[in-house]
Design a protein around this ligand. Structure first.
Ligand code: FES
Length: 65
């Protein structure tokens, strides 16, 4: 699904950036262009980054146990 219409950024692209090592919304934004125009997508995009990072931490915790 498109999260950022202005830059054509999808939820998948955001999750892929986190999986590739992005550790903040700012990093995802720099890499994808998300939220760099009108900014109306920023709240939802940031929540997706937080969710993806949280899931990544949970997966790492399971792998380490
Ligand atoms: S919808 Fe993302 S910058 Fe406009």
């Amino acid at each position: 699904m498109y999260v950022c219409i202005c830059k054509g950024v999808t939820d998948r692209a955001i999750r892929e950036q986190v999986a590739a090592g992005a550790r903040s919304f700012a990093e995802v934004s720099r890499a994808t262009g998300c939220s760099t125009q009108c900014g109306k997508c920023s709240c939802f995009a940031e929540s997706l980054v937080d969710e993806a990072m949280s899931r990544g931490v949970q997966i790492q915790a399971v792998r380490q146990s």
